[in-house]
Write a protein that binds this ligand. Structure first.
Ligand SMILES: *[C@@H]1O[C@H](CO)[C@@H](O)[C@H](O)[C@H]1NC(C)=O
Ligand SMILES: *[C@@H]1O[C@H](CO)[C@@H](O)[C@H](O)[C@H]1NC(C)=O
Ligand SMILES: *[C@@H]1O[C@H](CO)[C@@H](O)[C@H](O)[C@H]1NC(C)=O
Ligand SMILES: *[C@@H]1O[C@H](CO)[C@@H](O)[C@H](O)[C@H]1NC(C)=O
Length: 602
């Protein structure tokens, strides 16, 4: 089709002097060239605005794996809710989605009036499933937790006990219907207190073969319908309706297909868990993370689930409800170190490509895989990776592929903070620097910036359509780069550098600003060995971003949508809609940008 051209940047003829390339200057390092192909015509998926989610778990300090007890006081019943770093770390996302759950959620009761037993914590007991007795959440603790959530602006997903009322048979099956008496009074209490719960999730890892025990898809669908009806009843007079979420288990094609088909009327979100790297005790986790074939092993899960949803009458969307990579609490110096960002950011990018709307990382704190250190609350490298993603990556996902080396992972979204795009590049190679060209197979507009700050009043002009070599190397255009590397080149370090500077919280627990490096577009994009780079290109305007991404901004700024743009939501690509709306949105951008540079600061 006539409008589709591959347009390439050729930016490679200049010498290197960016921060990133310095790290690569060591002896014996190789440099290779590669090309990122971005299909800018229409998005292939959309994520939630608050795609980044993290979990809090119920594990008590006595939870140990392979002889180490890595949870400390990070469990929900013990967590210090007054720690400043913790408060600031959650606030920095405003909002961060937090999912409360984990294995012990299915052994948890709530201290509401209907609960006859004394409300006591979990007790270690080797003969019990998951190694602990039943435990209880006192309402006082629930109040404290909600005060913290309100203060930090978190959006809460609460995982309900789905084993209540069932009996577990010797073969591992849990039988009988869900007894929701205690859950119902807990939800009623929560609503009565005006606590905001974003979603109620039913059960943890009971799908398919289950962990510990399992429930049939047919029974689970009936229980999900029951949850839907109690939520409907209790929230009758409440404006905000929470999501009904299930099953929070491992993907299993047959089980999920049956479950999704049978919950078309009751389910808002289908959640699944990811621990694709194996047990935390594995001494080869680092090699696995650096192996692109291992990283790719979750594609089957993401596309399998997307395929089921595509074919079903359901309107439910897919979330990753819990993902810690390595099960049994992760591994110290791996799942809490810089190297884990290779896995984590790759997972965020890959899941988004398959239309996953939200991705919950196990854990926000606790175990060896916390975004925050279990003892000190100090952010681990993945915390900053998550925050950068959250601030930069917009909702629309663009089809992206990389040609040059198998060790490069590449993802592109429309930008969150401009009409441009953000590219995420992950270099899994220890010694190879990669110089990256960009190529697009759609029409594109290259925005020119005013020549100087003094001329900001000048109207922004647009140069539409096909841009050919070498005019793309426009000296006036800047981009913003965020280079992440490990301290001292040690990928098992818990310290990360952004553009050459260590990221750390100060003594009052303030999360540092994440400042970009402004790079002249005549410079090549250079990705150092063992590094991660986010590149914000605010001036590259693609059809896939121009229309859809603008919608929220336009509504906010103009109070209404231009007629052509009135159809929002899931947009099937039609080129006439795109080109018609392009004109409308372009006018809006122009009117908006007179008198100021629209991309002046994030
Ligand atoms: C762009 O390229 C990708 C990958 O080669 C291809 O799948 C897609 O159909 C192309 N899109 C257009 C609009 O030509
Ligand atoms: C459900 O659980 C409650 C306790 O929360 C109990 O009183 C009730 O008898 C149970 N219902 C059934 C049908 O077992
Ligand atoms: C699901 O449907 C979307 C939109 O029609 C399509 O892009 C995607 O490839 C489909 N995915 C699978 C796995 O079937
Ligand atoms: C970008 O680099 C080119 C070539 O070195 C130079 O001519 C141009 O002035 C630079 N632009 C900016 C905005 O610094």
């Amino acid at each position: 089709m006539g409008l589709c051209f591959w347009v390439c940047f050729s930016l490679l003829s200049y010498s290197l002097h960016s921060v990133s390339s310095r790290a690569a200057a060591a002896e014996g390092d190789a440099t290779v060239e590669g090309t990122v192909y971005i299909d800018g015509k229409a998005p292939i998926g959309t994520i939630d605005d608050d795609f980044v989610c993290a979990t809090l778990d119920w594990w008590p300090p006595e939870k140990c794996d392979y002889g180490t007890c890595s949870w400390g006081l990070a469990g929900l019943l013990n967590l210090d809710l007054s720690n400043d770093i913790f408060l600031n770390a959650v606030k920095a996302f405003s909002p961060l989605k937090i999912r409360l759950g984990g294995s012990l959620q299915d052994k948890l009761t709530y201290g509401t009036d209907d609960n006859q037993d004394p409300c006591t914590p979990f007790v270690k007991s080797p003969y019990e499933m998951f190694g602990f007795t039943k435990g209880c959440l006192p309402l006082k603790r629930w109040d404290e937790l909600n005060a913290f959530f309100a203060k930090t602006g978190a959006k809460i997903i609460f995982g309900l006990n789905a084993l209540a009322g069932r009996s577990v048979k010797s073969g591992g099956r849990a039988v009988g219907p869900w007894n929701y008496t205690n859950a119902e009074s807990f939800i009623r209490y929560t609503v009565g207190k005006n606590y905001n719960i974003y979603g109620w999730e039913l059960g943890n890892e009971l799908s398919g073969n289950g962990v510990g025990t399992r429930i049939t898809a047919n029974q689970y669908a009936a229980d999900t319908a029951a949850l839907k009806s109690i939520v409907k009843k209790i929230y009758k007079d409440v404006d905000f309706k929470p999501l009904v979420i299930a099953p929070g288990g491992f993907y299993d094609t047959k089980w999920f297909k049956e479950f999704i088909d049978k919950t078309a009327q009751s389910l808002n979100v289908v959640t699944h868990h990811i621990y694709n790297l194996g047990p935390g005790v594995d001494t080869h986790l680092v090699e696995k993370i650096l192996n692109p074939y291992v990283l790719d092993n979750t594609i089957r899960t993401f596309s399998g689930l997307q395929n089921i949803i595509n074919k079903s009458a359901t309107s439910a969307t897919a979330w990753v409800g819990e993902a810690g990579g390595a099960y049994n609490s992760g591994r110290n110096h791996v799942t809490n170190a810089f190297v884990f960002s290779f896995w984590y950011l790759d997972q965020l990018g890959m899941s988004a490509k398959y239309d996953t709307k939200t991705y919950c990382r196990q854990s926000l704190i606790g175990g060896n895989y916390g975004l925050l250190d279990t003892k000190t609350f100090v952010p681990n490298p993945d915390y900053y990776s998550a925050l950068l993603w959250h601030r930069l990556m917009g909702r629309n996902v663009l089809y992206t592929s990389f040609d040059g080396t198998r060790k490069m992972r590449s993802y592109t979204h429309c930008a969150k903070q401009s009409e441009g795009i953000v590219l995420l590049l992950i270099n899994l190679d220890k010694s190879t620097t990669v110089q990256v060209k960009l190529a697009f197979n759609s029409t594109m507009t290259l925005r020119h910036k005013p020549r100087s700050r003094a001329l900001h009043q000048q109207k922004v002009s647009y140069e539409k359509v096909i841009i050919q070599l070498p005019q793309m190397a426009d000296a006036e255009i800047r981009r913003e780069e965020y280079h992440l590397i490990a301290k001292d080149g040690n990928i098992q370090s818990q310290t990360v550098l952004l553009n050459g500077n260590i990221l750390s919280v100060d003594s009052s627990g303030i999360i540092p600003p994440l400042e970009p490096l402004y790079v002249n577009s005549t410079e090549p994009i250079t990705v150092a060995p063992f590094s991660i780079v986010f590149i914000h290109l605010p001036d590259i305007i693609l059809p896939a971003c121009k229309v859809y991404q603008l919608l929220p901004t336009m509504i906010a700024k103009h109070g209404q949508l231009p007629v052509r743009l009135s159809g929002k939501g899931e947009i099937k690509d039609t080129s006439s809609t795109v080109s018609n709306s392009l004109d409308a949105s372009e006018k809006l951008i122009e009117s908006r940008t007179q008198g100021q540079s629209p991309f002046e600061k994030l």
